[in-house]
Design a protein around this ligand. Structure first.
Ligand SMILES: NC(=O)C1=CN([C@@H]2O[C@H](COP(=O)(O)OP(=O)(O)OC[C@H]3O[C@@H](n4cnc5c(N)ncnc54)[C@H](O)[C@@H]3O)[C@@H](O)[C@H]2O)C=CC1
Ligand SMILES: O=C(CO)COP(=O)(O)O
Length: 329
């Protein structure tokens, strides 16, 4: 039996990083929660709460907030929990502090703009001496931080690594299913955010529960087509990190992506400032990659056209409803 991964680093002290730190501590691990903002970390140490990101949720015992990246050197595995577009910079900055061969788990959901790379590909470039993995699935930070039951997927190509990470981080309230289909897991998380914006628009325009269900099903057809074209396994796309997360994020304004769509649908207005909506940052690169592979993604393309200001919401809805009727599969 390999020695357990006992000391876990969490790099990124926003909502999801804080929630994952709590989950790892509940699983019995010692946890270092690294954030780049000294003052925010000092406040967290004093109050045992991450007030700006997760107000009202106590940091679990065993979580040690720090602004010193050197504290990650002694960690057996590190979760990288920053936005997708910041992942390269953060991985490159932290890499010199990690012991060679440290498992580095991206927890971001997106595709890098400019390079069209998936998240583990970004890690491989930015920190080649780490062992890449990904954690993704239907899980709001506030639920995980509070210890409500959740289930997500942890994937790594290296044999045994995903199991070891799942064993270290999992508990009765935070269940981790392991997988070797890294590509499938990273595609599900990236694509569902774009589709959730469309679901929010449907809600904001009050198009009805039937339209909302159709949007999820047809959105899943797009996600699955894209996934197949880029080497994902269909079973992964239909699992927690694909369909599971799509259902969650398309169902409630708790999702920041859905909330963005809701506001676009209601007011035809623009992005509510301040909150991270990864789908808005991934839409263009996702659609460009789909077009380059000849993959049809009309819902994602409509979201992209609205965000880019090429269409208003009514034009986007009109274009989808005017598409010729065709075979479902
Ligand atoms: N909030 C949630 O419920 C969930 C979020 N995620 C994903 O996790 C990722 C992070 O999201 P959140 O934590 O919610 O965002 P957030 O906006 O709450 O926090 C982001 C954190 O990253 C830090 N950060 C940004 N750039 C950085 C850099 N270059 N170096 C170091 N730190 C940096 C920020 O200071 C902030 O503390 C996103 O890709 C999101 O899709 C995944 C599952 C659930
Ligand atoms: O990824 C998430 C839930 O699984 C969080 O969704 P939002 O980023 O849309 O809030």
């Amino acid at each position: 039996m390999p020695p357990p991964l006992q000391r876990i680093g969490v790099a990124g002290a926003g909502a999801w990083g804080t929630a994952l730190a709590n989950a790892a501590a509940r699983a019995g691990r010692e946890v270092v929660l690294w954030g780049r903002d000294d003052r925010a970390i000092a406040a967290m140490r004093a109050t045992r709460e991450n007030r700006p990101y997760l107000p009202g949720v106590a940091l679990a015992d065993g979580v040690e907030p720090t602004a010193d990246a050197e504290a990650l050197a002694a960690c057996d595995a590190v979760l990288l929990v920053v936005p997708a577009q910041a992942s390269r910079a953060a991985a490159a900055e932290l890499c010199p502090h990690l012991a060679p061969g440290t498992p580095l788990v991206t927890c971001a959901k997106g595709i890098e703009r400019g390079t069209s790379l998936f998240m583990t590909q970004v890690l491989a470039e930015a920190c080649p001496q780490a062992r890449p993995a990904i954690l993704s699935g239907p899980s709001f930070a506030v639920d995980v931080a509070a210890g409500l039951p959740t289930a997500v997927t942890l994937a790594a190509r290296e044999p045994g690594l995903a199991e070891a990470l799942a064993a270290a981080l999992g508990s009765s309230s935070f269940r981790l299913y392991h997988s070797d289909d890294v590509r499938g897991v990273e595609i599900g998380g990236a694509a569902k955010n774009v589709l959730a914006i469309a679901a929010g628009i449907v809600g904001g325009r009050a198009l009805g529960a039937s339209a909302a269900a159709a949007l999820i099903a047809r959105g899943f057809a797009e996600l699955a087509r894209f996934g197949r074209a880029f080497g994902a396994r269909p079973e992964t796309l239909a699992g927690l990190s694909g369909l599971g997360d799509l259902i969650l994020t398309c169902s409630t304004a708790q999702s920041r992506n859905y909330a963005l769509g809701l506001s676009l649908g209601r007011e035809g207005g623009l992005h509510p400032a301040g909150k991270l909506a990864e789908g808005a940052l991934t839409a263009r690169v996702l659609v460009a990659m789909a077009q380059a592979q000849g993959v049809e993604m009309p819902i994602a393309a409509a979201v992209e056209a609205v965000l880019a200001g090429h269409w208003n919401v009514d034009q986007a809805i009109g274009s989808l409803l005017a598409r010729p009727q065709k075979a479902e599969l």
